[in-house]
Design a protein. Structure first.
Length: 146
């Protein structure tokens, strides 16, 4: 059942969502770095036809990667359970479904923005963001869809 937000309701969630998305961005970066290092080691081993590797370092990298992936998954599920959509883990971009003149559109918030001041259509994405103006505020609504 999709949930539709008013801007006020979505903004009420930001104090909870902001630290979660901030941590998700960090964990995503940490996961990618550990995975990249593991791939570099595997490539060196393949190119050398085998070699001695620091087993403890390899195990630590795998543990770091796996722990980051597990915690990241938990955070993503928590954020999505609030009804918002995670659009970009590099920048911390979230969308909140809303209705504007009866049509589903998305309120758009990016980590670091003090409040939600943009929206866009479902097919427009970040580049199609428009500033929330009086017309939008007077003609958008949130509700639980049935």
């Amino acid at each position: 059942m999709p949930r539709y937000f008013t801007r006020d309701l979505a903004e009420q969630l930001l104090p909870t969502l902001e630290p979660e998305i901030r941590q998700a961005v960090h964990l995503n970066k940490d996961h990618r770095q550990a995975e990249s290092e593991l791939e570099r080691i595997a490539t060196r081993v393949r190119l050398a036809g085998g070699m001695l590797v620091d087993r403890d370092r390899l195990l630590a990298l795998r543990a770091r990667r796996d722990a980051a992936a597990q915690r990241l998954q938990e955070i993503l599920e928590s954020i999505q359970s609030q009804g918002c959509h995670i659009k970009d883990l590099d920048t911390g971009l979230l969308d909140f479904p809303t209705l504007f003149r009866g049509e589903e559109v998305l309120l758009c918030w990016k980590l670091g923005e003090p409040r939600i001041v943009f929206w866009h259509g479902l097919d427009e994405g970040f580049r199609g963001r428009k500033e929330i103006d009086r017309e939008f505020l007077e003609n958008h609504r949130g509700e639980f869809a049935q």
